[in-house]
Design a protein. Structure first.
Length: 307
């Protein structure tokens, strides 16, 4: 029988497959473990910074055995803020390199950048992902503070974040999310949106900070990060001879018969908030507030609109 996907349905779906990933997104591998230079492999913080003030950089990331319940690994990264002479240095963990150029937190001389000439300070990317997902736990002294992730896909250019005028033409897509104190570990999904004139994805610059505002927050604010992954979409709905689709109608959320509906699925808002995690069969018929959502299951993601 022919399936009707639209008519009274408001549906936008994409089939996704697993593809190129961020090196050491699991935070299991570490360099200089036990020393003040300790950093997760492929990731960087202040101890590997450059710039005129880099000699004043201090350790602000460490390996932690605090991990999400669903993680297959043993470790996460804990990035934390420090106060020096009354000035807050946000915890900062990036795939690029930190440039410390000014003691004024919001100076344009302070930025992270993809040092494309060095594999230690850049992450090569050959495909365009749909979203970035990660586990995070944010602890802060103020309920009004927000941590931040910002991921920028760009062409072969030493792109700066925050994005400056010279970097803007080299941006392919970006994903950003500010989020408040979490209730323990939370998994978040942030979609990439076209954000620049460039068309060729060659590198990705990802940055996690303990505050959305440079110099914001308090001494000791901390963000734990684990299992950072990229989700890729393709229009190839017939891959592996499976007819996979997700739809939403007046009857609620529906899944095609080719899914193993006993498998776990995760339902996110496009702002990265986890709405529900449960077997798909318990999500059938679920009614949602209007908006766009992402369903993730077995490294496949589907977008749909609920009206």
């Amino acid at each position: 029988m022919k399936k009707v996907y639209l008519s009274f349905l408001s549906l936008f779906l994409i089939f996704s497959s697993f593809s190129q990933q961020i090196d050491n997104g699991s935070m299991e591998e570490w360099d200089d473990l036990g020393s003040s230079q300790e950093e997760p492999s492929n990731w960087n913080s202040f101890m590997s910074a450059t710039g005129g003030l880099s000699l004043f950089g201090s350790q602000q990331v460490e390996r932690s055995s605090d991990t999400p319940m669903d993680s297959d690994g043993m470790f996460s990264a804990r990035a934390y803020s420090k106060s020096t002479f009354g000035i807050i240095a946000n915890g900062n963990l990036t795939l690029g390199q930190i440039n410390m150029g000014s003691s004024t937190a919001n100076s344009s001389d302070n930025f992270n950048y993809s040092k494309t000439s060095s594999s230690d300070f850049s992450q090569v990317l050959t495909d365009l992902p749909d979203s970035i997902v990660f586990w995070v736990k944010f602890q802060a002294s103020s309920n009004t503070d927000s941590a931040r992730i910002h991921a920028v896909i760009h062409d072969d250019y030493e792109l700066h974040d925050p994005i400056d005028n010279d970097s803007e033409p080299h941006v392919v897509a970006a994903a950003g999310l500010n989020y408040g104190i979490t209730n323990g570990w939370e998994r978040k999904s942030v979609p990439f949106e076209s954000a620049g004139a460039a068309q060729t994805p060659e590198f990705i610059l990802v940055t996690f900070t303990t505050n959305k505002t440079p110099g914001g927050g308090s001494d000791g604010d901390a963000v734990f990060i684990d299992d950072v992954e990229l989700i890729y979409n393709t229009s190839s709905l017939g891959e592996n001879s499976l007819d996979l689709w997700v739809s939403y109608s007046e009857k609620g959320l529906s899944f095609s018969d080719d899914f193993n509906t006993n498998s776990d699925a995760e339902l996110f808002t496009t702002s990265g908030v986890l709405v529900q995690k449960s077997p798909m069969n318990t999500m059938k018929g679920l009614h949602l507030n209007p908006g766009m959502y992402i369903v993730m299951t077995d490294r496949k993601s589907f977008k749909f609109i609920a009206h």
